[in-house]
Design a protein around this ligand. Structure first.
Ligand code: GLU
Length: 486
């Protein structure tokens, strides 16, 4: 079997959105699984809508996801001479013809069709302009577009997702190959380029299915065997409608900014329309490469569920070793005003902190939020935590005072010694240890849930723990246990 060559061909008219990213991922996975080649082509022939900074952002998102391409990025606009040469061949063989209908005339006919309640289709009136007349009018400077002469018959292919698929040609009107400014349309340029790049498999969204018969007709007219096609199901929002901004963020960049790690994003995208043959959901990129086949693509549409993305993010955060999390988290901590030099000076401590915090985080921002308590500076107390564990200042305050003594007097500041001392103090007052543990947790972290409280205390260090206990008592006594965060 010849080498598989696939491509991702985004148009730089927007950021990389999740649908595009999934297409890129499936192509990447197919190429890697098969030992093939993954090509990146920027489809920028639409000069008005293409923006170079969007190309940059697409490349950045792909790199962030870890989807390295083997060839490219090629820019479709650079291949204009080749597109025109292909168009010339079609014109010379009569498979394409010049259409001299002006944009205004077409708009008028479109308007009339609309008034009659009919769908508009080009009526083929320039089909029969003789080659001589056509050449003469073109040479005389009359404007024209180049149209494809759609033959009679049926166009079929065996879609690698949907199976045998066919379209009757009579429903396809003579589509434009070159615009009046000589630039190629999508349906033409894509074929010219896929031929030039020797693409073997076109894997793309279902929204392109109706383009495929047109493209197959062009392959045929150019005398080239077409690649295989696999159309991947659409991504829907939770309400079953096509995913759009109404459902929330749709760009990869937005999820990156929301604290999602690339491992989770890739995992999530893979499961949008593809299913491994096993009862497992958490995979890293290498594991996906090992498992990915086109046969695993499902026909029915995929539902975009942000909660699942966050769940997967939590799963991946837990697995990422602290030294790999560090470069991602450090800038976020710095931006939150935490860390700075302390992170360099206390690297071992910092890595330990990350290992503890990542377990309970669903996003990188959760890590930053939780981290605040481990750095000097005031913390906020969660309202529910306060209601549950500090409800009565008369009870809570003496407990916090006891805890202060426990912490101050504990000989060695380790988990076992602290726990022993706390249990002793509680039993001296004749109460269960939980009556000490919960108020301590609120004092140290502001929250009702946290990692094991003795681990938390040791990570904070004695001085900060004492400070937090004093702050807590002062706040209780002032009746100022305001809470936010909820
Ligand atoms: N530029 C097209 C798009 O972004 C590419 C479609 C294709 O893969 O053929 O939708």
């Amino acid at each position: 079997m010849s080498l598989i060559r696939v491509r991702f061909a985004p148009s730089p008219t927007g950021y990389l959105h999740v649908g595009g990213a999934r297409t890129a991922l499936f192509n990447f996975l197919l190429a890697r699984h098969e030992g093939g080649v993954f090509i990146l082509r920027i489809e920028d022939t639409d000069r008005e809508r293409s923006r170079p900074e969007l190309t940059e952002s697409i490349l950045e998102s792909l790199e962030w996801l870890g989807l390295r391409w083997d060839e490219g990025p090629y820019h479709q606009a650079d291949a204009l001479p080749r597109h025109r040469a292909d168009a010339e061949r079609l014109l010379a063989s009569g498979k394409a013809y010049r259409c001299f209908c002006s944009a205004e005339a077409l708009a008028k006919r479109r308007g009339e069709a609309k008034r009659r309640g009919e769908p508009f289709a080009y009526d083929g009136r320039c089909r029969d302009v003789s080659p001589e007349e056509s050449d003469r009018r073109a040479a005389g400077g009359e404007g024209f577009v180049l149209r494809f002469r759609v033959p009679e018959g049926v166009t079929s292919w065996n879609d690698l997702v949907h199976g045998p698929t066919s379209f009757e040609n009579r429903y396809i009107d003579d589509f434009v190959l070159l615009r009046s400014d000589g630039t190629p349309t999508y349906n033409f340029a894509v074929v010219c380029d896929d031929i030039a790049m020797r693409i073997t498999h076109v894997v793309r969204g279902d929204d392109h299915i109706s383009n495929t018969p047109k493209q197959l007709l062009v392959y045929n007219a150019l005398g080239v065997a077409p690649p295989a096609f696999a159309h991947v199901p659409l991504i829907l929002g939770p309400d079953g409608k096509r995913l759009s901004k109404r459902h929330g963020a749709t760009s990869v960049e937005a999820y990156r900014a929301a604290g999602i790690v690339p491992q989770a994003m890739v995992n999530f995208l893979a499961l949008l329309g593809w299913s491994p043959d096993e009862d497992r959901e958490v995979f890293d990129l290498d594991e996906l490469v090992q498992r990915f086949t086109l046969a695993g693509i499902v026909k029915k549409s995929a539902i975009f569920d942000v909660q699942k993305l966050e769940w997967l993010d939590g799963q991946h955060l837990t697995r990422i070793p602290a030294d790999r999390l560090e470069p991602i988290v450090t800038p976020l901590l710095t931006a939150a005003g935490l860390g700075g030099k302390a992170l360099d000076e206390r690297r071992a401590w910092y890595l330990r902190l990350l290992d503890v915090l990542k377990i309970r985080a669903r996003t990188l921002h959760d890590i930053v939020r939780q981290a605040r308590a481990y750095f000097p500076g005031p913390i906020a107390y969660n309202a529910d935590a306060v209601r549950k564990h500090w409800a009565d200042p008369q009870t809570a305050s003496p407990i916090l005072a006891d805890l202060e003594a426990v912490v101050r007097d504990a000989g060695s500041f380790d988990e076992a010694a602290l726990e022993r001392a706390l249990r002793d103090a509680a039993s001296k007052r004749g109460v269960a240890a939980a009556n000490y543990i919960h108020p301590l947790r609120v004092a140290l972290t502001g929250e009702a849930v946290s990692p094991g409280i003795f681990e938390v205390a040791v990570l904070m260090g004695r001085d900060l723990v004492l400070q937090r206990l004093r702050d807590a008592r002062a706040a209780l006594e002032r009746g100022q246990v305001v809470s936010s965060q909820g």
